[in-house]
Design a protein around this ligand. Structure first.
Ligand SMILES: [Zn+2]
Length: 230
């Protein structure tokens, strides 16, 4: 069935049978999790997309991909593995470019033009807003036009773009623990969080400081009294 709100020449396979149940804006938590994939976080390597179907699972689990689009893509990857490899490459490239913008922001330096171009490409996704019937009137949904992977990346890129330009970019951090590269949003009251997680990275840093203090005390032959102001 054609959607009267879409242009008449919109290909039928870009018209999902059901209007979207996912919200349009991806949560910042999902966006940061995406930017932390395939990296050392809290001494472990986080999930890396091992293949295109793995990436589809990741997007689906976060409501970034409709089931019908996922099924179509899975069939396409089986028929044409090169298409799957190309999608995986786009996913990783876009992620790395988004990560580049975030790191430049955290470090207060200009962004790389290459990263900016790649993220701007991801933002050029197509969807239309549609009103859909709801039990008490109507609600606002949307439909994607075109490539569903582009749609998923576009939504993640939009969340990052909004955070960097209109959100609280000064609250974005990269964990200071030497064996962790987690990007996170500091939601603490004071805004002075340095580690992605106090129970792991924060405690390890405290323990390391403590060991260093004891080592210095031993080296200077001190009786072991700790400077209470340290
Ligand atoms: Zn950390």
């Amino acid at each position: 069935m054609n959607n009267p709100l879409l242009p008449a020449d919109t290909p039928a396979d870009t018209q999902p049978a059901v209007v979207d149940r996912h919200g349009h804006i991806a949560p910042i938590e999902d966006c940061l999790e995406f930017l932390n994939t395939g990296r050392p976080v809290r001494r472990r390597h986080t999930h890396e997309f091992g293949g295109p179907t793995d990436a589809l699972d990741w997007f689906s689990a976060r409501n970034l991909l409709h089931d019908d689009a996922r099924r179509r893509l899975l069939a396409r990857y089986v028929a044409d593995p090169a298409a799957g490899a190309a999608d995986l490459e786009i996913i990783r490239r876009t992620r790395d470019a988004m990560r580049g913008l975030l790191e430049a922001t955290v470090q207060g330096r200009p962004v790389s033009p290459t990263d900016l171009r790649a993220v701007n490409r991801a933002l050029r996704t197509h969807y239309v807003y549609v009103l859909v019937p709801a039990p008490d009137g109507v609600s606002l949904g949307h439909q994607h036009l075109g490539d569903p992977i582009g749609g998923a990346l576009g939504r993640l890129a939009e969340t990052l773009a909004r955070e960097l330009s209109q959100g609280t970019p000064e609250r974005l951090r990269i964990c200071e623990s030497p064996d962790c590269t987690a990007a996170f949003l500091d939601t603490s009251r004071t805004g002075r969080r340095r580690w992605c997680d106090m129970a792991t990275c924060g405690n390890r840093a405290k323990a390391a400081r403590h060991r260093e203090r004891r080592r210095q005390l031993a080296a200077t032959g001190s009786s072991g009294a700790v400077d209470p102001t340290a």
